[in-house]
Design a protein around this ligand. Structure first.
Ligand code: ADP
Ligand code: MG
Length: 315
């Protein structure tokens, strides 16, 4: 049995007539990197605030390391480090000064705080900038310092709300790399939210697809891909030589065809059967000179499109 670090038991958050989170059940294992993914307005932040004990669920219960988040928010706070989307630092103090201050506010001596600050600055690859004022940091640097700041408090769980927002691609790569490392080397349990599946999926052990307050699917990426293939049609790429562009009309009359699109080069035909034999037979019996009949597989982008359609995408 895997140890559950975060447990959401049937939680709902109701804001007047709007259900921001609707009967959500989810467990996150110790040492796991979990990605809570969904478009803007899905309820990701609300869920995070309920885990942190910052807002109370209308219904249901949250446990962190077995501790009831609403009844014992202080005990939960001791175990969880939270990286909000805008970390507040003293801008006219240096990176290391900020970390030492955090350490001292958390009961460390100056020497202990300094030692720990240097350790975590190195871990987040920020030692080169430790003596620079935070006001001069880029957003990506602030996020990494934010992680170091959280780690000063020795948490068991790290929660990050949209950590990659507003960071350039190189910075995102560095941050994600770092997060993965922290989980592997320090056994931290990490929950991060994002509305950009393709950015964070490579470092998540599992992801949950969250839309309009509901968890539509969760699992590792392969599981999600399998689920998607099971429940939907097969997609073919089709190129024919003697095409007079009547193919769209003719194929859409076939009962096994769900849809057909022309992308300027090839047709994309969705067939609602496991066996694509009928499609191939159509081309043969109608004397089409078939150049390509290729089964396409669903990639992550398809998963994203499919689950997030209807939701607000954008950056
Ligand atoms: P996400 O973080 O996924 O973008 P949020 O959790 O911020 O989504 O919001 C989910 C829904 O709840 C949205 O419809 C939002 O408008 C609503 N909401 C969030 N916070 C509040 C609040 N304090 N009062 C009323 N409605 C809220
Ligand atoms: Mg949010």
């Amino acid at each position: 049995m895997e140890e559950k670090m975060i447990q959401l038991k049937n939680i709902t958050k109701q804001y007047k007539e709007n259900k921001a989170v609707n009967h959500l059940n989810l467990s996150i294992n110790k040492g796991e990197v979990f990605g809570l993914l969904g478009p803007n307005g899905a309820g990701k932040s609300t869920t995070i605030y309920m885990i942190l004990g910052l807002t109370e669920p209308t219904e249901g219960e949250v446990y962190v390391d077995g501790i009831h988040a609403t009844n014992k928010p202080i005990e939960v706070k001791q175990r969880v480090g939270f990286l909000p989307d805008n970390v507040g630092f003293y801008e006219d103090m240096t990176g290391i000064e900020n970390l030492i201050l955090t350490g001292k506010l958390n009961g460390l001596t100056n020497a202990e705080a300094e030692k720990r600050a240097m350790h975590w600055l190195e871990q987040v690859r920020m030692n080169h900038a430790s003596a620079k004022k935070v006001g001069e940091y880029s957003r990506g640097m602030k996020q990494r310092l934010g992680l170091a700041d959280i780690l000063m408090k020795n948490p068991e769980v790290v929660i990050m709300d949209e950590p990659t927002l507003g960071i350039d691609p190189k910075g995102i790569h560095e941050l994600l790399d770092l997060i993965k490392n922290l989980s592997e080397e320090h056994g931290l349990t990490i929950l991060l939210s994002s509305h950009q599946l393709h950015q964070v999926q490579q470092i998540c052990d599992r992801v949950g697809i969250f839309v309009k307050g509901e968890l539509l699917a969760y699992g590792d990426i392969e599981e999600l891909q399998r689920k998607l293939l099971d429940e939907t049609s097969i997609l073919y790429k089709v190129i024919v030589k003697n095409d007079n562009h009547q193919l769209v009309e003719r194929l859409s009359m076939e009962s096994y065809v769900d849809s057909i699109d022309w992308d300027g080069e090839a047709y994309h035909v969705k067939v609602n059967r496991e066996d694509g034999g009928e499609l191939a037979r159509f081309f043969v019996s109608n004397q089409y000179d078939l150049l390509t009949l290729q089964r396409l597989s669903y990639g992550l982008d398809d998963i994203y499109q499919r689950y997030f359609q209807g939701g607000e995408m954008g950056d």
